[in-house]
Design a protein around this ligand. Structure first.
Ligand code: SAM
Length: 175
């Protein structure tokens, strides 16, 4: 099973809380092992950790990392880095080589991404060459590179489980 971690750059606590939380939840739901936040916003860490406690799994979040240190460390340990940017090569062209790597860091920005990220990345990948959202970019990338089922429906030690149904909503809570 491929190890995938998301590195979130440029999060601005005063305006990006909701979108960064959604990047984290999307990453978790689509099979990443964790997210590194290259800004200091403990409220994101708290809300993601609380959700993980209720909905299960081993997804982690690390607050206030140094992005360059994390990228260099990941690469020195044999990992590869895929930076998502509308200026990159198109995702279908990169998928075959990305699938070959066992340890993948996916970098997403918020405001302007430093050029050094483009240089350090093994792939600068566009999910189409139009501007959209980091949430969409992460979701589509994780879905396209998944070889098995990308959407995990059961997470380890979950307190809450959804019972899928045609209509209506049913959630059961473990005793
Ligand atoms: N203005 C910023 C820049 O030029 O670097 C981009 C801001 S965009 C709202 C935030 C992030 O979403 C980007 O850094 C990128 O990671 C991701 N993103 C947006 N559109 C994308 C696309 N078409 N392909 C891949 N990633 C995309």
């Amino acid at each position: 099973m491929k190890r995938i971690v998301i590195l979130r750059l440029g999060h601005r606590p005063e305006r990006d809380k909701r979108i960064t939380t959604h990047v984290a939840l999307t990453a978790r739901a689509f099979g990443a092992e964790g997210i590194l936040l290259a800004s200091n916003d403990p409220s994101i860490t708290r809300s993601v950790t609380q959700l993980c406690q209720r909905w299960g799994g081993e997804f982690y979040i690390r607050n206030d990392v140094k992005w360059k240190t994390e990228i260099k460390k990941w690469k020195s340990e044999g990992g590869k880095v895929c930076h998502l940017s509308m200026y990159g090569i198109n995702l279908p062209d990169a998928v075959p080589s990305i699938r070959e790597c066992e340890k993948l860091m996916i970098v997403v920005g918020a405001e302007k991404v430093p050029f050094e990220v483009y240089e350090l990345a093994d792939w600068n990948v566009a999910v189409g060459n139009q501007p959209h959202s980091e949430v969409a970019a992460v979701a589509v990338t994780l879905d396209r590179i998944a070889e098995d089922e990308p959407l995990e429906s059961e997470f380890k030690d979950a307190q809450l489980h959804v019972v899928p149904m045609d209509r209506g909503k049913k959630v059961i809570e473990n005793p």
